[in-house]
Write a protein that binds this ligand. Structure first.
Ligand SMILES: [Zn+2]
Length: 153
């Protein structure tokens, strides 16, 4: 088990829906959002969907999967993202935090401003530049389902 999966609870935190909808093999560790509202499974539970939560009271939006609004404490409504966005920041990592992270070569991390008005961190194509239009999808990277930004076609 990797340190990341241990930190976030590991496979025992995955939902029953995750095993049915996930392209991952059984037992693959997930990155679990510790405060995500129940009933709206997303990529952190292995379900191939990215969600944005919108506060019903004040309209504040976040992709951080909180049970309540971080601004006013109101209830949140969760919806899948469409995917289009624009690169706000981008970096190529040549030496990762572990040998496994860079065993397949350099990888990129981007901060992407989504059309829904929230900024998300993603893995990304290495040849992206700040300001590029992208499509954020989900891709399996070394056995984990992660948000991934590719050039918009
Ligand atoms: Zn609010």
């Amino acid at each position: 088990m990797s340190p990341r999966s241990a930190q976030h609870g590991g496979p025992s935190m995955s939902s029953p829906m995750a095993s049915a909808a996930s392209p991952q093999p059984a037992g693959t560790p997930h990155i679990t959002a510790p405060h995500a509202a129940p009933g709206a499974s997303d990529w952190t539970q292995g379900t191939p969907v990215l969600r944005v939560d919108t506060c019903v009271a004040c309209g504040f939006r976040t992709a951080l999967r909180q049970r309540q609004c971080a601004r006013c404490g109101g209830a949140v409504d969760s919806a899948p993202i469409a995917g289009p966005g624009r690169v706000w920041s981008h970096t190529v990592v040549h030496r990762g935090p572990t040998k496994d992270e860079t065993r397949d070569g350099p990888y990129a991390i981007a901060l992407v401003d989504l059309a829904e008005g929230v900024r998300v961190m993603t893995r990304a194509e290495t040849d992206l530049a700040i300001g590029d239009p992208v499509q954020v999808t989900l891709r399996e990277v070394q056995g984990r389902l992660l948000p991934y930004a590719v050039h918009a076609s």
